[in-house]
Design a protein around this ligand. Sequence first.
Ligand code: UDP
Ligand code: MG
Length: 315
Amino acid sequence: MKLDLSIITSAYNEEESLPSFFDRVTAVADKMDIAYEIIVVNDGSKDGTEKVIREHAEKDKRIKGVFLSRNFGQQAAYLCAMKLLKGNCAVFLDADLQDPPELIPEMYAKHEEGYDVVHAIRTRREGETIGKKLSAAVYMWLLRKGSGLNIPENSSEFKLYDKKVIDAIVAMPETTRFLRAQVTWLGFRETSVYFDRPAREKGKTTYNFKKLAKIAMNGIVPYDKKPLMLPLKIGAFIGACSLAAFVTFIVLAALSIDFPFAAWIFPTVGAGVSLILISQGITGIYLGYAYDEIKRRPVYVVREKINFGEDEENG
Ligand code: UDP
Ligand code: MG
């Protein structure tokens, strides 16, 4: 059966937050007068998260639980939910209630207006240290620069997607998954809603520098081959400097102007270094092409088809 809305979260050690998560989400969704489901993916929690999900699922059949064999990370958990959900659209939000469920009706209304992707943008971050805010800003800057994608600033995974966007994300064959970058790469009609992000009430954040660094790499490496070209550029620069030095020294020698013989070391070593770097860069170009092929990403994605007969919406 098709539903109007799927509400998705992933939970890693969220036994304390989940009861109020279910309370607040069902309170909001019940008022919307739509057919909905709530899917919670338990991402290998070590606390009583699974028990809390089972208890709630027992009482309310619209609450569905998925239990992963171990901790795979939020990105993997969300992909798992994407393959299972039945809604015409789906909202993804954190289980710790830092993404307020009360925003769901506003996001759903944007979908009704015809938007395929609705970003929830934080206007303020409460309870976060200067350090966390600063590292978040640097992270976002790196991500946008590195991926070359216009990923909305101050957005997280708190978003609504139309079913066709979800199908397109699921159809992307790469194993390295980073939703924020993938959805920006896909395009579609997008808009934003805004909220003040509250501090986490219960439990503690599980994101550490290592996890964030890995996510940032996942957002950069599959989208940009610039790092592979770096040796070529540096090699070309050193080569150009060496050439300029060679020419200068030859002119000086021709004009019988005295300069230390040792100065020849710079252009000679420079020429060697630049040759090595340039050949490394050329290998990089080939590696880049091979890499694109291995990813087997679709060359284009159909948003809609008309006059093709039945099953038009599914592209
Ligand atoms: N989470 C998850 N798997 C993990 C880490 C986190 O499913 O390996 C979930 C977590 O339960 C929460 C959301 O991802 O629902 C965001 O995590 P957290 O609050 O720790 O991150 P922060 O808000 O500090 O960025
Ligand atoms: Mg949080």
